[in-house]
Write a protein that binds this ligand. Structure first.
Ligand code: NAD
Ligand code: UDP
Length: 328
């Protein structure tokens, strides 16, 4: 049985990846320190014979007993609100954490896939964004801690590939959504859905003319799975090219959730990218992949998930595990 280590396993994407690899017959080792994740996301795997969990901060030396065939490095805060609250940890997990996992991959002769992001393109001057665009990132702005950690992560991964001959894969993930996103992580989809469920007005930042392109989690996981088993070591965009302005998106959510709330406008965060849409030509050609789930269907499934949360979860304003990690 092939063995795979998934970091960030208690998070949104990591937990879905655990499910997918178990379904495909792998032995899965999940690793997480819960800084933005939640044990609840893995509760259904607790007694599964092909799954084990290790609570560990990947910025510290990572030790795994036995063989490893694959590593998927998904540990990192991922929402602007999260990485503004824990900027040092964000820089450390992208740099020191990635270094540790590359070292582990080298020692185990494992193939490693790292989770990069459309944020490497910053506030893009090229539209849509293709992999050969180098980006427009403000290194010292508040988002720089995430963007630059991810850019460094790509560089060190390519260095291990070129210098050590390590088998590496890099996925540039564009905004992805679905069940198990944290309701209070500040990202626009949980934000709007939480507001709809609490009976609050929907907060659009700026004038709402900025665009995003939202990919449903199952499509994202399929793209990542195909990339891991391809033979391509350079970055590949995985996302849904169906672009929408945030203002129109708020209207869609009001319709979907059937609420009587209105849209209110708040200040646009610093360096918030004005437009974002993946060029997925490379993924189509290389992986024969493209997204299948419509925004209407994906949003409905996601809202169904948020509706199952308890009142307590619905009104929780901050992630309970931030504080215990913030001291370092
Ligand atoms: P998430 O916050 O739900 O999951 C991240 C997980 O990593 C959490 O469970 C967290 O506790 C864990 N983690 C963070 N630092 C750690 C550390 N030092 N040691 C061990 N575990 C640690 O976020 P997500 O949306 O699932 O994102 C997962 C990955 O995908 C991240 O690398 C993120 O940058 C990338 N990504 C996600 C999106 C998206 O739209 N969801 C877009 C681009 C990139
Ligand atoms: N956004 C918004 N209202 C919110 C949360 C986010 O208008 O309550 C906007 C945010 O400014 C950005 C877009 O929605 O333009 C997507 O934000 P998110 O944090 O989900 O992701 P990212 O900016 O990383 O793409």
């Amino acid at each position: 049985m092939k063995r795979v280590l998934i970091t960030g396993a208690a998070g949104f994407l990591g937990s879905h990846l655990c499910d997918r690899f178990i379904k495909e017959g792998f032995y899965v080792i999940g690793m997480d320190n819960f800084i933005t994740g939640d044990p609840k996301n893995l509760a259904h795997l607790e007694n599964h014979s092909n799954f084990e969990f290790i609570e560990h901060d990947v910025t510290e030396f990572v030790e795994i007993e036995g063989d490893l065939d694959y590593i998927l490095h998904f540990a990192s805060p991922a929402s602007p609100i999260d990485y503004l609250k824990i900027p040092i940890q964000t820089l450390k997990v992208g740099s020191l954490g990635t270094h540790n996992l590359l070292g582990l991959a080298k020692a185990k002769k494992a193939r490693i896939l790292i989770a990069s992001t459309s944020e490497v393109y910053g506030d893009p001057l090229v539209h849509p964004q293709s992999e050969d665009y180098y980006g427009n990132v403000n290194t010292i702005g508040p988002r720089g801690v995430y963007d630059e950690a991810k850019r460094f992560q790509e560089s060190i991964t390519m260095a291990y590939h070129r210098f050590h001959g390590l088998e590496t894969r890099i996925v540039r993930i564009f905004n992805t959504y679905g069940p198990r996103m944290r309701l209070n992580d500040g990202r626009v989809i949980p934000a709007f859905m939480g507001q709809a469920l609490r009976g609050e007005d929907l907060t659009v930042f700026g004038d709402g003319s900025q665009t995003r392109s939202f990919c449903y989690v199952d499509d994202q996981v399929e793209g990542i799975y195909r990339l891991l088993f391809s033979d391509y070591a350079y970055p590949v965009n995985i996302g849904n090219p169906h672009e929408i302005t945030i203002r129109e998106f708020a209207e869609e959510i009001i319709k979907l959730t059937n609420t009587s709330q209105k849209v209110i406008y708040k200040e646009l965060p610093v360096d918030d990218p004005l437009q974002r849409q993946p060029d997925i030509s490379l993924a189509k050609e290389l992986l024969h992949w493209e997204p299948k789930v419509s925004r209407e269907q994906g949003m409905k499934w996601t809202f169904d998930y948020f509706k199952t949360l308890s009142k307590e979860e619905l009104f929780e304003s901050e992630h309970k595990d931030f504080k215990q990690h913030i001291k370092r």
